[in-house]
Structures are given as structure tokens and as C-alpha cells.
Ligand binder design. Structure first.
Ligand SMILES: [Zn+2]
Length: 239
């Protein structure tokens, strides 16, 4: 199971370098979220006995996740990994905000499904919903629901269910492109806003909705006949 799932608050770890090539290392473990499901990859640095380099990206391979580095020096031995705390915090907030928006739309619009989601480094995010014929004004009316969910300070809980069970519960896998792949033992990670919403997700989130900054609906656009794209922003975080 991913370290960033089990320990979203631990942002500094040490790991052995398993394999090294110019500008990249394969590590025995790492705290970084490598990106996926609309959430941007973590930023951070890697320190070794004689240097330090920015981690510029991640590459999935059969051997594991390669960490791409802003250096051509050879990195060996044991390294220290530091996740950029401000960026991780912003992604946790934005990701939780997208779940809150998703829940509000799912409940208000006859269990409408998501067709895409993308978080941005500027404190905003967008979500696409399959909502044919829905007027923007009606969608805008979810704003008070978002504020209410934040005010209620609902716990955000993670569980795992078997793939077959996940397929049976309507809306649990709300979008195949943002749902995480099953674990090695065939289970799907479920992120639940207690009493409100359950869905498959592989990202990082806040521990409860009350930690979220106020969520503002910025604008709504039509994307084709079926899709409505909702842009949200976090108050005090937008740049
Ligand atoms: Zn999520």
C-alpha cells in the first residue's frame, strides 16, 4: 500500500537507492504522491551524502517508480526525501473540495456522474459532470451545500472493498479515469465523507471537511451537449 495513503502527514523519510541512472533514481520507498486521478504530483527534494536535488517528476515502470531529479550527478546510498508541505497541503485541500462538490452534485442532480477532474497549482480545480440539459444557474445553486458540508466538519475516512463489490454499488466508481487501480490483493480504495458520499479514489485528502478553506464556485461552462464543467477555487489559496 502506498506510503502517502497510510501516512499523509509524514513528509520527510529516508530510503535506500535501489538503482540509479543519470537524473533518476529508483528507491526502496518514498513519501511522494506521484500524480494521478486529476491530482498533481507532489513537489519536493532529495538529499544525499554530498548533495541535494529537486524532484521534478515520477515515472512508473515495471521495477517501481523512478524519481526524476534536477541533477546529472550519481546518487547512491541512503537518501532523505522531503515533500513540499505547502503544495501537499494545497492538493489535499483541493482534492477534498472536489469530493465535496462531487457529493453535492451527485445528491442534487439525480446521481450525475463525473467525466473528468483536474486540480491546478493556482488553488483552483475543475470537474466535468454528465448533466445533459442542465442550466448553469441550477448548478450554481450548489454553493450553499458546499459551505454547509465544510461547516459540518465531517470526517473523511478511507476503506477498502473488493473489486466485485465496488462494481455493484452504483456511483462508487464514479469515473474510471479518476478511480485508482486495484491493490495487489484485488481491492479498491474508497474515500468516504462520513454519511454523505463514498467513492473510489487514490489521492490524498484532508482528515475532515472542516479543515477546508471556503469553496467558491468560480464559473460553469458547457462542454458539449452533455458535459458541464464546474470551476471551483479555495478562498485564501488562489494565486
Ligand atoms: Zn479523492
Amino acid at each position: 500500500m502506498a506510503f502517502y495513503h497510510d501516512h499523509p502527514d509524514v513528509l520527510v523519510t529516508q530510503a535506500a537507492v535501489l538503482n540509479s541512472r543519470p537524473g533518476r533514481v529508483l528507491l526502496a520507498g518514498f513519501p511522494f504522491f506521484p500524480g494521478g486521478g486529476g491530482q498533481l504530483p507532489d513537489r519536493g527534494v532529495l538529499r544525499w551524502s554530498s548533495g541535494e536535488a529537486e524532484v521534478t517528476g515520477f515515472e512508473q515502470s515495471g521495477e517501481g517508480v523512478w524519481h526524476l531529479l534536477a541533477t546529472d550527478r550519481e546518487v547512491v546510498g541512503t537518501v532523505e526525501l522531503r515533500v513540499d508541505p505547502a503544495f501537499r497541503a494545497l492538493m489535499r485541500e483541493l482534492h477534498t473540495a472536489t469530493h465535496i462538490l462531487n457529493a453535492a452534485v451527485f445528491l442534487d442532480f439525480d446521481r450525475a456522474l463525473v467525466t473528468g477532474a483536474q486540480m491546478s497549482a493556482d488553488g483552483t480545480a475543475r470537474m466535468d459532470f454528465d448533466l445533459p440539459g442542465t442550466h448553469s444557474d441550477r448548478l450554481r445553486a450548489v454553493s450553499p451545500v458546499l459551505a454547509d458540508v465544510v461547516r459540518q466538519d465531517l470526517p473523511v475516512i478511507t476503506t477498502y472493498v473488493g473489486v466485485a463489490q465496488a462494481e455493484l454499488e452504483y456511483g462508487l466508481i464514479r469515473n474510471r479515469s479518476v478511480a485508482p487501480p486495484p491493490t495487489r490483493d484485488g481491492r479498491i480504495r474508497i474515500v468516504e465523507i462520513a454519511g454523505l458520499d463514498r467513492q473510489a479514489c487514490g489521492g490524498t485528502h484532508l482528515a475532515s471537511t472542516g479543515s477546508s478553506p471556503p469553496i467558491r464556485v468560480l464559473r460553469i461552462a458547457n462542454k458539449g451537449r452533455h458535459n458541464r464543467r464546474v470551476y471551483i477555487g479555495l478562498e485564501g489559496r488562489m494565486t
